[in-house]
Write a protein that binds this ligand. Structure first.
Ligand code: SF4
Ligand code: SF4
Length: 223
Protein backbone atom coordinates (compact mmCIF):
# COMPACT_ATOMS: atom_id res chain seq x y z
CA UNK A 1 0.00 0.00 0.00
CA UNK A 2 1.51 3.30 -1.06
CA UNK A 3 1.36 6.39 1.14
CA UNK A 4 2.13 9.93 0.10
CA UNK A 5 3.22 11.59 3.34
CA UNK A 6 6.08 13.70 4.61
CA UNK A 7 8.86 11.50 5.95
CA UNK A 8 9.56 13.80 8.90
CA UNK A 9 5.96 13.46 10.08
CA UNK A 10 5.94 9.68 10.34
CA UNK A 11 9.56 8.60 10.79
CA UNK A 12 12.88 9.43 12.42
CA UNK A 13 13.95 10.85 9.06
CA UNK A 14 16.62 8.17 8.46
CA UNK A 15 16.91 5.68 5.64
CA UNK A 16 18.15 2.24 6.52
CA UNK A 17 19.82 -0.70 4.78
CA UNK A 18 18.96 -4.22 5.92
CA UNK A 19 22.35 -4.64 7.60
CA UNK A 20 21.70 -1.66 9.90
CA UNK A 21 20.09 -1.54 13.33
CA UNK A 22 16.80 0.21 14.05
CA UNK A 23 14.61 0.62 17.16
CA UNK A 24 12.27 -2.25 16.37
CA UNK A 25 12.43 -4.70 19.28
CA UNK A 26 9.08 -4.98 21.08
CA UNK A 27 9.67 -8.06 23.24
CA UNK A 28 7.94 -10.35 20.72
CA UNK A 29 4.80 -8.17 20.88
CA UNK A 30 4.11 -9.68 24.34
CA UNK A 31 0.52 -8.88 25.39
CA UNK A 32 -0.16 -6.79 22.30
CA UNK A 33 -1.85 -7.58 18.98
CA UNK A 34 -2.83 -4.02 18.13
CA UNK A 35 -1.51 -3.92 14.58
CA UNK A 36 -3.13 -7.28 13.68
CA UNK A 37 -6.51 -5.95 14.89
CA UNK A 38 -6.28 -2.52 13.38
CA UNK A 39 -4.50 -3.28 10.15
CA UNK A 40 -5.79 -0.25 8.32
CA UNK A 41 -7.54 -0.45 4.98
CA UNK A 42 -5.92 -3.54 3.64
CA UNK A 43 -2.87 -5.79 3.39
CA UNK A 44 -1.94 -6.44 -0.21
CA UNK A 45 -0.15 -9.71 -0.83
CA UNK A 46 2.57 -10.36 -3.38
CA UNK A 47 3.61 -13.60 -5.15
CA UNK A 48 6.15 -14.55 -2.43
CA UNK A 49 3.43 -14.21 0.24
CA UNK A 50 1.15 -16.51 -1.75
CA UNK A 51 3.99 -19.00 -2.35
CA UNK A 52 4.67 -19.09 1.41
CA UNK A 53 0.99 -19.55 2.29
CA UNK A 54 0.47 -22.28 -0.31
CA UNK A 55 3.62 -24.14 0.67
CA UNK A 56 3.01 -24.02 4.40
CA UNK A 57 -0.76 -24.53 4.38
CA UNK A 58 -0.50 -27.15 1.61
CA UNK A 59 -3.24 -25.62 -0.49
CA UNK A 60 -3.69 -23.82 -3.77
CA UNK A 61 -4.54 -20.21 -4.53
CA UNK A 62 -8.22 -20.97 -5.12
CA UNK A 63 -8.50 -22.67 -1.72
CA UNK A 64 -7.00 -19.62 -0.04
CA UNK A 65 -9.52 -17.29 -1.68
CA UNK A 66 -12.60 -16.68 0.42
CA UNK A 67 -11.06 -18.39 3.45
CA UNK A 68 -8.03 -16.19 4.01
CA UNK A 69 -7.80 -13.94 0.96
CA UNK A 70 -9.96 -11.79 -1.24
CA UNK A 71 -9.35 -10.16 -4.62
CA UNK A 72 -9.60 -6.39 -4.68
CA UNK A 73 -8.70 -3.68 -7.15
CA UNK A 74 -5.82 -1.47 -6.09
CA UNK A 75 -4.97 1.43 -8.42
CA UNK A 76 -6.56 -0.42 -11.34
CA UNK A 77 -4.87 -3.77 -10.66
CA UNK A 78 -6.58 -6.84 -9.21
CA UNK A 79 -4.45 -8.25 -6.41
CA UNK A 80 -4.96 -10.65 -3.49
CA UNK A 81 -5.49 -8.99 -0.12
CA UNK A 82 -5.64 -10.57 3.34
CA UNK A 83 -9.24 -11.13 4.36
CA UNK A 84 -9.85 -8.91 7.36
CA UNK A 85 -12.70 -8.88 9.81
CA UNK A 86 -13.88 -5.42 10.84
CA UNK A 87 -14.13 -6.40 14.53
CA UNK A 88 -11.69 -9.27 14.93
CA UNK A 89 -8.94 -8.09 12.62
CA UNK A 90 -6.86 -10.62 10.71
CA UNK A 91 -8.25 -14.15 10.27
CA UNK A 92 -4.87 -15.60 11.19
CA UNK A 93 -5.00 -14.17 14.70
CA UNK A 94 -5.85 -16.74 17.39
CA UNK A 95 -7.88 -16.16 20.58
CA UNK A 96 -4.71 -15.38 22.50
CA UNK A 97 -3.93 -12.60 20.05
CA UNK A 98 -1.01 -14.42 18.43
CA UNK A 99 -0.35 -14.89 14.73
CA UNK A 100 -0.99 -18.51 13.75
CA UNK A 101 1.22 -18.24 10.69
CA UNK A 102 4.09 -16.39 12.31
CA UNK A 103 6.87 -18.38 10.59
CA UNK A 104 5.38 -17.78 7.13
CA UNK A 105 3.53 -14.49 7.67
CA UNK A 106 3.38 -12.05 4.73
CA UNK A 107 6.20 -9.65 3.97
CA UNK A 108 4.08 -6.65 5.02
CA UNK A 109 3.68 -8.10 8.53
CA UNK A 110 7.41 -8.87 8.77
CA UNK A 111 8.22 -5.33 7.80
CA UNK A 112 6.02 -3.51 10.34
CA UNK A 113 6.74 -0.89 11.73
CA UNK A 114 9.28 -0.39 8.94
CA UNK A 115 8.27 0.90 5.55
CA UNK A 116 10.01 1.06 2.19
CA UNK A 117 10.92 4.11 0.10
CA UNK A 118 11.38 3.33 -3.59
CA UNK A 119 13.78 5.40 -5.68
CA UNK A 120 15.83 4.76 -8.82
CA UNK A 121 14.86 1.10 -9.22
CA UNK A 122 15.87 0.39 -5.65
CA UNK A 123 14.52 0.94 -2.15
CA UNK A 124 15.60 1.69 1.39
CA UNK A 125 13.82 1.10 4.67
CA UNK A 126 12.47 3.73 7.02
CA UNK A 127 11.14 3.47 10.57
CA UNK A 128 7.56 4.54 11.21
CA UNK A 129 7.89 5.98 14.70
CA UNK A 130 4.18 6.34 15.52
CA UNK A 131 2.89 2.91 14.53
CA UNK A 132 4.05 0.39 17.18
CA UNK A 133 2.33 0.92 20.54
CA UNK A 134 5.20 -0.47 22.64
CA UNK A 135 7.47 2.05 24.27
CA UNK A 136 11.21 1.69 24.88
CA UNK A 137 11.86 -0.44 21.83
CA UNK A 138 15.29 -2.01 21.51
CA UNK A 139 17.68 -1.88 18.57
CA UNK A 140 17.52 -4.86 16.22
CA UNK A 141 19.31 -5.51 12.94
CA UNK A 142 16.77 -5.12 10.15
CA UNK A 143 17.74 -8.39 8.42
CA UNK A 144 17.09 -10.22 11.72
CA UNK A 145 13.77 -8.42 12.18
CA UNK A 146 12.57 -9.47 8.73
CA UNK A 147 13.74 -13.07 9.20
CA UNK A 148 13.62 -13.79 5.48
CA UNK A 149 16.08 -16.35 4.08
CA UNK A 150 18.01 -15.27 0.96
CA UNK A 151 17.27 -11.64 1.77
CA UNK A 152 19.33 -10.28 -1.16
CA UNK A 153 17.21 -12.30 -3.61
CA UNK A 154 14.04 -11.27 -1.78
CA UNK A 155 14.91 -7.58 -1.96
CA UNK A 156 15.69 -7.85 -5.68
CA UNK A 157 12.35 -9.59 -6.22
CA UNK A 158 10.46 -6.98 -4.15
CA UNK A 159 11.92 -4.25 -6.35
CA UNK A 160 11.05 -6.05 -9.58
CA UNK A 161 7.48 -6.65 -8.40
CA UNK A 162 7.03 -3.06 -7.23
CA UNK A 163 8.29 -1.54 -10.48
CA UNK A 164 6.34 -4.02 -12.62
CA UNK A 165 3.11 -2.94 -10.90
CA UNK A 166 4.16 0.70 -11.29
CA UNK A 167 4.76 0.19 -15.01
CA UNK A 168 1.32 -1.36 -15.42
CA UNK A 169 -0.30 1.44 -13.42
CA UNK A 170 1.41 4.03 -15.61
CA UNK A 171 0.19 2.25 -18.75
CA UNK A 172 -3.40 1.85 -17.61
CA UNK A 173 -4.23 5.14 -19.34
CA UNK A 174 -3.12 3.60 -22.66
CA UNK A 175 -5.35 0.55 -22.22
CA UNK A 176 -9.03 0.29 -22.98
CA UNK A 177 -11.32 -1.66 -20.66
CA UNK A 178 -10.77 -4.90 -22.56
CA UNK A 179 -6.98 -4.61 -22.53
CA UNK A 180 -6.97 -3.84 -18.81
CA UNK A 181 -9.18 -6.84 -18.12
CA UNK A 182 -6.92 -9.02 -20.25
CA UNK A 183 -3.83 -7.74 -18.43
CA UNK A 184 -5.41 -8.25 -15.01
CA UNK A 185 -6.34 -11.83 -15.91
CA UNK A 186 -2.82 -12.46 -17.20
CA UNK A 187 -1.22 -11.03 -14.05
CA UNK A 188 -3.43 -13.04 -11.71
CA UNK A 189 -2.99 -16.25 -13.64
CA UNK A 190 0.72 -15.94 -14.20
CA UNK A 191 1.84 -14.75 -10.77
CA UNK A 192 -0.79 -16.18 -8.42
CA UNK A 193 -3.05 -18.90 -9.82
CA UNK A 194 -0.37 -21.04 -11.52
CA UNK A 195 1.34 -22.69 -8.52
CA UNK A 196 5.04 -22.29 -7.86
CA UNK A 197 6.84 -25.61 -7.67
CA UNK A 198 8.90 -26.70 -4.68
CA UNK A 199 12.39 -25.28 -5.04
CA UNK A 200 13.74 -21.84 -5.65
CA UNK A 201 10.91 -19.29 -5.70
CA UNK A 202 13.10 -16.53 -7.12
CA UNK A 203 14.16 -18.48 -10.23
CA UNK A 204 10.50 -19.23 -10.99
CA UNK A 205 9.49 -15.62 -10.37
CA UNK A 206 12.28 -14.35 -12.64
CA UNK A 207 10.95 -16.43 -15.56
CA UNK A 208 7.40 -15.16 -15.04
CA UNK A 209 8.65 -11.60 -14.62
CA UNK A 210 10.60 -11.68 -17.91
CA UNK A 211 7.57 -13.09 -19.72
CA UNK A 212 5.33 -10.41 -18.17
CA UNK A 213 7.64 -7.66 -19.44
CA UNK A 214 7.21 -9.07 -22.98
CA UNK A 215 3.46 -9.51 -22.57
CA UNK A 216 2.78 -5.96 -21.41
CA UNK A 217 4.29 -4.61 -24.64
CA UNK A 218 2.08 -6.96 -26.70
CA UNK A 219 -1.09 -6.06 -24.81
CA UNK A 220 -0.48 -2.33 -25.13
CA UNK A 221 0.45 -2.66 -28.84
CA UNK A 222 -2.72 -4.64 -29.57
CA UNK A 223 -5.00 -1.86 -28.26
S1 SF4 B 1 -0.85 -12.54 9.15
FE1 SF4 B 1 -0.25 -12.64 11.29
S2 SF4 B 1 1.11 -10.88 11.60
FE2 SF4 B 1 -0.04 -10.52 9.71
S3 SF4 B 1 -1.84 -9.30 10.30
FE3 SF4 B 1 -2.42 -11.48 10.33
S4 SF4 B 1 -2.11 -12.16 12.44
FE4 SF4 B 1 -0.97 -10.24 12.16
S1 SF4 C 1 1.76 -2.52 17.96
FE1 SF4 C 1 3.94 -3.15 18.20
S2 SF4 C 1 3.94 -4.53 19.96
FE2 SF4 C 1 1.80 -4.32 19.32
S3 SF4 C 1 1.48 -6.08 17.92
FE3 SF4 C 1 2.11 -4.33 16.66
S4 SF4 C 1 4.36 -4.51 16.47
FE4 SF4 C 1 3.71 -5.82 18.18
Amino acid sequence: MERYVKMEEISDGKRYHSNEMAKLGCNDCEGCSECCHNVGESIILDPWDIYMLETNLSCGFEELLGKYLELKVYQGIILPHLLLDEKEGCHFLNKEGRCQIHSFRPGFCRLFPLGRIYENNSFSYFLQTKECKKERRTKVKISKWLGIPKLVSYEKYICQWHYLLKEIQERIGQMDEQALKKWNMYLLQSFFVVPYEAGDFYEQFEKRYKEAKIQIEKIVESV
